[in-house]
Design a protein. Structure first.
Length: 100
């Protein structure tokens, strides 16, 4: 089933997503990073109440051998492409990872 996504990759992908958010700031707050994490917590609480989603992962075709992040394999690249989170230049096809 492949390797589990590392904590590094989880945190990096969350930070990447949070950096795209423009959130309403209260009068007093310590920094934009912690403000965004507070908003993320609110969003996660709402998402947890939604019904199950069988097709959650979608059309992802590969996984980084180093950090475990899921990604799209570049079939024109003999190495499969590179991971946008950790920079590893080899992505394994999910067919290889899952031994299908």
């Amino acid at each position: 089933q492949g390797c589990a996504t590392t904590d590094f990759a989880k945190e990096a992908s969350l930070i990447e997503a949070l950096s795209l958010w423009n959130v309403q700031a209260p009068r007093v707050y310590c920094c934009a990073f912690h403000l965004a994490t507070l908003e993320a917590e609110k969003s996660v609480r709402k998402l947890k109440r939604k019904p199950c989603c069988k097709d959650f992962i979608g059309a992802v075709s590969g996984q980084c051998e180093r950090c475990g992040a899921l990604a799209e394999v570049d079939h024109n690249d003999p190495g499969g492409g590179f991971c946008h989170l950790c920079g590893t230049v080899t992505l394994k096809s999910l067919k290889e990872v899952l031994a299908l």
